[in-house]
Design a protein around this ligand. Sequence first.
Ligand code: BG6
Length: 483
Amino acid sequence: MSGDKHACDFSIFGVMGDLSRRKLIPSLYQLDRAGLLHEDTRIIGIARHEISQDDFVAKMQMSLETFVKDPLESDVVERLLARLHYVLINLDVPEEYTRLGKAIDQEKRVLVNYFSVAPFLFDDICKGLAHAAIVTPETRVVLEKPIGRDLESSQEINDTVARVFTEEQVYRIDHYLGKETVMNLLALRFANSIFTTNWDHNTIDHVQITVAEEVGIEGRWGYFDKSGQLRDMVQNHLMQILTLVAMEPPVNMDGDSIRNEKLKVLKALRPITADTVEEKTVRGQYGPGFIKGKAVPGYHEEEGGNPASSTESFVAIRVDIDNWRWADVPFYLRTGKRLTTKRSEVVIYFKRLPHNIFKDSYKNLPRNKLVIRLQPDEGVEIEMLNKEPGIGKGVKLQKTLLDLSFSDAFNSRRIPDAYERLILETMIGNQSLFIRRDEVERAWKWIDSIQEAWAECKESPKKYPAGTWGPVASVALLARDGR
Ligand code: BG6
């Protein structure tokens, strides 16, 4: 089983669910289209529906028609549909897993099990797989977030899975790690000497990581209200970006080399306590407003909403990393729903120069800024000062941009969806883009400290109108630090 393509039985538990239909099946189509699926690879859909193989295939075809953005290629559709097999399993009935046992071929193919179901079902599935005796050292499991809602519940989930699978068999998804530009952070940092030597407290003043969303709750009020933006976005996506920006160079690209370095960053995060929570965090909740000229409801008025809810839809946090590299360099994280526009970016602000010889034309030299645009309009830009061309005016400076837009530089090459890359890596058996147990649990430990501090302070989230950049207090968070 070597080489780039690996023959797999790729089983999807919860194949009729939203994630499977929106993301997994369309991603498998794109992989097949790109010639990245082994000819013997099969996709086994598992659900509890009484449905014939033909109807199942028709349903999956409909998912492709609905959710693949490019025009479908009929030969690829045909090839993909021929790989599909449906197996009916009631997840809480261990005996029924023998049907899966019969459908797979572990001599010829690696078994990858994608748990696209709520975590409370993981236990049943693990027991069922063990009962059917189809767990070999080659068997893998892919877990979707949320892995718990705090440290304790995440440990329970991880313990459940660990009773049957070793850590080397477990692939925990954070779809941000599959995004092209998030991966590019490693290339930018560790393949370019101008950055490798200028990436610490000597040259960097502070870092801002923003994941702004235009969408609201999208019919998920029940789930979201129990979670909030801190658990839903910061614990995973923002903290993963933070670790990639802040980590030490790994010795190589191996899964554990990278994850060891990320873990060290998580261990160095200064806990936020009831004493510091007010100065270091801002929680917000959107009220009614306008997005691109269209009226949208507030959080409480969303479908299924409860007017008494004090769940946050916006968070800003000042993070301090207590290690040698980042001493006195704050990282500001900011994320929210129903903000002005969808935009994710990392901005590195370099330190001001110690002395200004251009005072006549520029009183205060601004900080250089490196902007890494994660989505949309992926790219990298550097804001710098240049002399305005011309004679007779002395040296006049002007802010200019060095702008590398990925779509221009790479000729509008299609940027693959995060799930395409991640699914492929599970088939290959590369864990570097997946989160290790100790990482998840460390991240929860830090998040729990904030959640507890908020509970102690009893302060409600600050309101912001939908379509703005969040509560004014989040600007104050930076202003307080003179930034
Ligand atoms: C998910 C969150 O993990 O990420 C959603 O549960 C959020 O609430 C989504 O909207 C954002 O992902 P993306 O890829 O659209 O930035």
